[in-house]
Design a protein. Structure first.
Length: 166
């Protein structure tokens, strides 16, 4: 009995580790000398899902950049995983779809890449490739940003579908 329980526990831990490693954005992204992420291909699985959802390159919507700091001003983004919320529909992804991605804060502005979306009522996340962009340098870090953070003036930005990360 103990052996079967131990086998199950070890298998469960291994499965969690494999899923966690497979979803790790930084594990598959090279960094430039300034700490910003380098080029990255959009996985075929995401390209296929975006075709199915009829999401084209350049399709965009407005989103709260951090679900935990909605309507705040300023906001502090931390290097690492982030959950954002669509405020408008992004093609067939309806508001308030959740977007899951990664924030890099080492360069002069924050860089946010999204790898997954969870539409309202969906049981699972869908792979996508999208980036956060704003006009007039709104992702530019304020001078009071500490290492590993990006203090931004606004909590809202644009999210745009891409077929590769540059």
């Amino acid at each position: 009995m103990v052996s079967r329980t131990l086998d199950f526990a070890c298998g469960l831990i291994l499965a969690v580790l494999i899923v966690g490693c497979a979803g790790s954005a930084t594990g598959r992204v090279s960094l430039r000398p300034d700490g910003t992420p380098g080029p990255e291909k959009c996985p075929e699985e995401a390209l296929k899902a975006m075709r199915y959802l009829r999401l084209g390159v350049g399709d965009g919507a407005t989103a709260e950049l951090d679900a935990n700091q909605m309507d705040a001003r300023p906001i502090t983004l931390y290097e690492g995983r982030v959950e954002s919320v669509l405020l408008d529909d992004l093609g067939t992804l309806e508001s308030p779809t959740r977007l899951y991605g990664y924030v890099w804060t080492s360069g002069p502005q924050a860089v946010i890449r999204y790898y997954e979306a969870r539409p309202p009522g969906a049981a699972q996340r869908v792979p996508i490739c999208a980036v956060a962009r704003t006009a007039m340098n709104q992702l530019r870090k304020r001078p009071d940003s500490l290492p590993g953070t990006a203090v931004l003036e606004f909590s809202v930005g644009g999210v745009f579908i891409v077929d590769e990360f540059l």
